[in-house]
Design a protein. Structure first.
Length: 112
């Protein structure tokens, strides 16, 4: 078994889709849709569902993106409009936390 997707319930589909597609640079798989958009996140997918449009989002899982150089990736993404905080280092492990426009927790990590 493997994780196929993470479904995130969003209030503003266009804003969330622009973040995952344009800011993070993920390939959209589903094509534009009113209630569902899905993005290839490299081994699993992130699906956006408009079912949470009128409700505060429930506590969501942290989505972790693996990269070789957390500091460089953070700089690139923040230049595109993302908001990732300081890089934390513990030996060879480098981590950086942020959030998407809907408040979902994101993390950049060099842990494979």
């Amino acid at each position: 078994m493997r994780m196929g997707r993470i479904v995130l319930f969003v209030r503003d589909m266009e804003k969330a889709a622009a973040f995952y597609g344009d800011v993070l640079g993920l390939e959209e798989l589903s094509g534009p849709g009113k209630d569902w958009r899905e993005f290839d996140a490299g081994g699993s997918n992130i699906a956006l569902h408009s079912g949470g449009r009128d409700k505060a989002p429930p506590r969501m899982p942290k989505i972790v993106f693996v990269c070789d150089d957390v500091t460089a990736e953070r700089e690139t993404l923040n230049a595109r409009g993302a908001r990732f905080g300081k890089v934390k280092m513990a030996g060879d492990l480098h981590l950086c936390d942020g959030k998407d426009p809907e408040g979902h927790a994101l993390q950049l990590s060099n842990r494979r």
